[in-house]
Design a protein around this ligand. Structure first.
Ligand code: ATP
Length: 246
């Protein structure tokens, strides 16, 4: 495992309020990481900073084998580097079938490498099947996406992100609004995805986090309050005081 993303001493203020305060986090490749913390802890802002939506006031963010700086890159340049983000609300193309959605994602390669693009396209149907098998939607390939359940839409969107072959996938509250069976499927899917890449999951549902079976970072007031195994973090008295005990 080598470090893929290094956030170091990052701060950002909104109208004088420090939403992120000297934050340092390292993510390895491959790795699964859960980020937890109370409302307003800075979890979304952390993802906004990594994806270039928000520019930090201070600190460094370095990426990849050559430790290039992400600060100063725009959102699309950062996406091209291999950082994918899944927002809470699914944004699949509802009028298109599952297959058409996946094909669209595959036809929009993040890298500028034409050869790779051609190679991918030559095995398009295999790639579609690979993605649909991975997300468990092969039986629904010809179904209109708008007719999918909430959980299935979320999986389709994760599949569309996987089609872009990201090195880091940021996922915001994937379990929200899902049935217990859908949650379980989502855990399996993310755990599988994290075998070959970095996956960072922001989640409030502690049962879901437990099933991810990974290192946990608890944020509070824009900084890391505790980090380690879920048992280590949930036994931390500060974490209990500001988050779990509430
Ligand atoms: N664009 C903005 N302008 C002003 N304040 C902001 C902005 N974005 C975030 N904040 C503030 O920064 C703090 C951190 O917000 P953030 O959304 O990152 O928290 P969070 O941990 O994701 O919370 P939640 O669990 O509720 O989603 C909050 O106090 C929020 O009100």
């Amino acid at each position: 495992m080598s470090t893929l993303l290094e956030v170091s001493g990052v701060s950002v203020s909104f109208d004088g309020f420090r939403a992120i305060n000297n934050l340092s986090i390292q993510i390895a490749e491959p790795e699964m990481r859960a980020v937890i913390g109370p409302n307003g802890a800075g979890k979304t802002t952390f993802m906004d900073i990594v994806t270039g939506k928000t520019r930090p006031d201070e600190g460094r963010i370095t990426w990849g084998d050559r430790s290039i700086s992400l600060i100063g890159m725009n959102e699309s340049q950062i996406a091209q580097e291999g950082i994918g983000r899944k927002f809470q609300k699914p944004t699949v193309f509802e009028a298109q079938t599952v297959r058409e959605n996946i094909v669209m994602a595959l036809k929009n390669p993040r890298g500028p490498f034409d050869l790779l693009f051609k190679r991918r396209m030559s095995g398009l149907e295999d790639r579609v099947r690979g993605i649909s098998d991975e997300i468990g939607l092969t039986d629904a390939l010809d179904q209109t996406s708008g007719a999918l359940s909430h959980g299935q839409k979320q999986w389709l969107e994760i599949g569309m992100l996987l089609a872009q072959d990201p090195r880091l996938l940021l996922v915001d509250e994937p379990a929200a609004g899902m049935t217990p069976a859908e949650r379980e499927h989502t855990t399996d899917l993310l755990v599988r995805a994290a075998k070959t890449r970095a996956v960072v999951v922001v989640e409030h549902d502690m049962e879901f986090v437990r099933r991810l079976n990974c290192k946990v970072t608890c944020l509070h007031q824009g900084s890391v309050l505790a980090e380690g195994s879920l048992d280590h973090v949930t036994k931390n008295q500060d974490v209990i005081d500001v988050y779990l005990g509430r």
